[in-house]
Write a protein that binds this ligand. Structure first.
Ligand code: 2P0
Length: 404
């Protein structure tokens, strides 16, 4: 699609806009590509938007620029990262029949390339801002299709709450919202077990897995059943069904990664201990489950009544923990210098002012690796001996998770 645009129609700052988008974490994972050039997924996926992880992107197209410039937190980005953004902007320029280059400035509280969906938030916010800056007028579905070309998971960040990106046939693939976050409100503890950039990117990992893991074909063939289960669980607010499906799907994805040649190991010792702790809570009937993307950081989803129990148990890890929830509505903040956010300020999104680093002091710095893993397992905190039913946080009986 090519639409002639007039960037100068936006006031006295032609071709500029700012948008915010959030990270999302796969509950049913995307791992594999059907088309490398068009970045089409080989499998469908379902994600949850993460309220506390966001990226804010400002874009400014101008005939004065000779090339694209990318600034990350006011620092010039690497040539590689700039080239990736430039390739994405070529798509926008082609759709808009616009020759101008752009300056792109991002601010984010997400550790980069650490399995916390930094590229999803980055390309979703970039797509949203670029669309507005050049007046393309793409709707959310079309925008998600565009964002997918930058990073497939970015398609899911064009919507908050629970989102599905199907593995459609053809050369398009748009995400769609399954349910808003308040349909099935869940809390999330992000256990920051390793926030350094991963050794193997998702893209490289997927290509390697497709070519070498003996389990890749069965991973692909079982995916639609997992998608059906997770979709139904979300619609029915069935915590246990979602928990079992998400955990199993996560472990399958990592089994495929681990059995690639050379192997790809994203979890570390902290991650594995965290998984053990979550599984022990689940055995006691606590409404909690884990997942991890292409990185060591563990995402622990739980029902609100279980909060103290879950946090107290995760405390054993001595890792920074960021508390947040499912959410993550994207927002267009300004166009041509004119605020357009729903709040009217166009300046701060939910939690932005309070969470410039995404963490309270107690929770530590997400960019610092945790200190050593404790050698022994201490007694569980007081709450950990309770069963779910005693404090209202059992998998199927907690207030927030009861089936309708
Ligand atoms: C997911 N991941 O569903 C899975 C789980 C990583 C592991 O979506 O190559 O960074 O840019 O399209 O979008 C990460 O995938 O990969 C991802 P590209 P992307 O959350």
């Amino acid at each position: 699609m090519s639409r002639a645009v007039t960037p100068s129609r936006h006031g006295d700052r032609p071709g500029s806009a700012t948008a915010r988008a959030h990270a999302n974490l796969g509950l049913v994972k995307y791992w594999g590509k059907r088309d490398l050039e068009l970045n089409l997924p080989a499998v469908g996926s379902i994600s949850a938007g993460i309220e506390g992880l966001w990226t804010r992107t400002q874009i400014y197209f101008s005939p004065r620029y000779e090339r694209d410039l990318l600034l990350w937190d006011q620092q010039k980005a690497s040539d590689q990262a700039t080239a990736r953004v430039s390739r994405f902007l070529d798509l926008v320029r082609s759709k808009a029949s616009l020759p101008w280059h752009a300056q792109v400035r991002t601010t984010s509280n997400i550790p980069r390339e650490a399995g916390l969906a930094s590229s999803a938030a980055a390309f979703a916010s970039l797509a949203l801002a670029a669309n507005a800056a050049v007046g393309l007028g793409l709707d959310p579905g079309e925008l998600s299709d565009l964002a997918r070309r930058g990073s497939a998971s970015a398609a899911r960040s064009l919507f908050g709450g629970y989102v599905e990106l199907p593995a459609d046939e053809g050369d398009r693939c748009q995400a769609r919202r399954i349910a808003p976050a308040d349909h099935f409100p869940l809390e999330v503890a992000l256990v920051l077990a390793g926030t350094q950039p991963k050794a193997v990117s998702s893209r490289e990992g997927m290509i390697r897995s497709q070519g070498t893991s003996p389990f890749y074909p069965s991973w692909v063939s079982a995916q639609s059943a997992d998608l059906d289960r997770a979709r139904q669980a979300i619609m029915q607010r069935d915590f246990d069904r979602l928990a079992e499906t998400a955990q199993h799907n996560c472990l399958k994805m990592h089994a495929v990664a681990m059995t690639s040649r050379p192997p790809i190991l994203y979890p570390n010792a902290f991650t594995l201990r965290g998984i053990e702790l979550v599984l022990s809570l689940r055995q006691k009937g606590v409404a909690v489950f884990f997942t991890l993307d292409a990185g060591a950081n563990l995402a622990v989803f739980f029902a609100l009544p279980c909060r103290d129990l879950v946090i107290g148990t995760l405390d054993e890890l001595d890792c920074p923990v960021q508390l947040t929830r499912v959410g993550g509505e994207p927002a267009l903040l300004e166009v041509g210098g004119v605020p357009v956010s729903p709040t009217g300020s166009g300046q701060k999104g939910p939690g932005e002012a309070e969470q410039q680093n995404g963490l309270s002091k107690r929770e530590g710095d997400p960019r610092q690796p945790p200190e050593g893993l404790r050698p022994t397992t201490p007694d569980p905190p007081d709450g950990a001996t309770k069963t779910g039913s005693e404090d209202g946080c059992a998998g199927e009986t907690g207030d927030r998770t009861r089936k309708r």
